[in-house]
Design a protein around this ligand. Structure first.
Ligand SMILES: O=C(O)[C@@H](CO)OP(=O)(O)O
Length: 329
């Protein structure tokens, strides 16, 4: 097996890191002249991203109950539930396989754990296992907003999926799918059985391919290369939303999330080798005054500790409880 690596720059050049400003979704009237020069199309054969300059202004005035005069926001990270290739113990990487029945259950359980935490925006990878996880998790949310995948891959896709009711937009959560959050590209390991690969190349070699920071699997991405695109995307597209007070959920993958957690927790390349994420377990961070505070995994919708994290989350929970009570009365 050859051990040359794929150029990361080649991956990074496919689409810019800043395709559009997602949080405008809930407040923008339709203003999409089909032939306007305001659209800059950045395209290659497989990926197209449309930069609509009218949608690039900062996200303000979004009328949402969880958005509040505070420089604080919640960030939820979820690794997708078990996939069919997790079940078969195959290297998956960028191969787009769905969840197993167990994975569906894990996504639903994850949703219950975050059902009282406000979510204004969802980011997922472009892979179905992450998207299924996000959607299934949101079926459990008490607020019952509808997650809607934004289709900005072409002007027509964007125009044809426009929502014309402001009230309906307010009851929706934009979902942004970004390839930069995809699982690391596992190169020539994709589709191989992990146990058989360890028997063939040695446990130590396979462990280095799977968990080291710098060492790429044959013709694949190292964690460092994966971090380069995932963390750049996080900094360019997700952090500004948190800084604007929007609560964000990211549904992604073992390694794209490891690289983001390395950034959030300031882990060294040595420390990240022991970081392993379970499928379907949500992790909560609070972003406050430019810093990320790790709050672990919310263990259940009734767990008092979750709501003690911040005043704002506690108030949100109180509102949900009051609304449920009003419905019962
Ligand atoms: O196969 C993969 O894509 C990943 C995640 O399932 O595997 P690993 O845990 O080896 O990084």
């Amino acid at each position: 097996m050859a051990t040359t690596t794929m150029s990361h720059q080649a991956i990074g050049s496919i689409v810019s890191h800043r395709p559009f400003k997602a949080s405008q979704f809930l407040k923008e009237p339709l203003n999409v002249p089909m032939k306007s020069k305001r659209f800059k199309i950045e395209a290659t054969a497989s990926q197209i991203s449309v930069v609509d300059n009218t949608f690039l202004s900062p996200s303000k005035n979004r009328p949402q109950e969880s958005k509040k005069n505070s420089n604080e926001a919640a960030l939820i990270l979820i690794r997708h539930g078990e996939s069919l290739w997790n079940e078969k113990n195959l290297f998956t990487g960028c191969v787009d396989v769905p969840l197993t029945q167990k994975g569906v259950g894990e996504a639903i359980e994850a949703g219950k754990k975050i059902s009282n935490i406000p979510v204004d925006l969802i980011f997922t990878s472009s892979l179905i296992r992450a998207q299924m996880t996000a959607m299934l998790a949101m079926t459990q949310h008490r607020r019952k907003k509808v997650p809607i995948i934004l289709h900005n891959e072409s002007v027509k896709a964007k125009t044809w999926s426009h929502v014309f009711s402001e009230e309906t937009r307010k009851q929706s959560i934009p979902v942004i799918a970004a390839w930069q959050l995809n699982e690391r590209m596992y190169g020539e390991l994709q589709g191989l059985n992990k146990k058989e690969t360890a028997e063939r190349y040695g446990t130590q070699q396979v462990h280095e391919w799977r968990r080291s920071y710098e060492i790429p699997p044959p013709k694949g991405e190292s964690l460092e290369m994966c971090a380069e695109r995932a963390v750049a995307y996080f900094e360019d597209n997700i952090k500004p939303e948190l800084a604007s007070g929007n609560n964000v959920m990211i549904a992604a993958h073992g390694n794209s999330l490891r690289s983001i957690i390395m950034y959030l927790d300031d882990l060294t390349s040595q420390e990240v080798t022991t970081l392993d994420l379970s499928t379907g377990v949500p992790l909560l961070y609070i972003f406050k005054e430019g810093k990320f505070m790790k709050r672990g995994s919310p263990v259940g919708p009734t767990e008092a500790g979750v709501y003690a994290y911040t005043k704002r989350l506690a108030q949100y929970r109180e509102k949900l409880d009051a609304a449920s009570q009003a419905t019962l009365d």
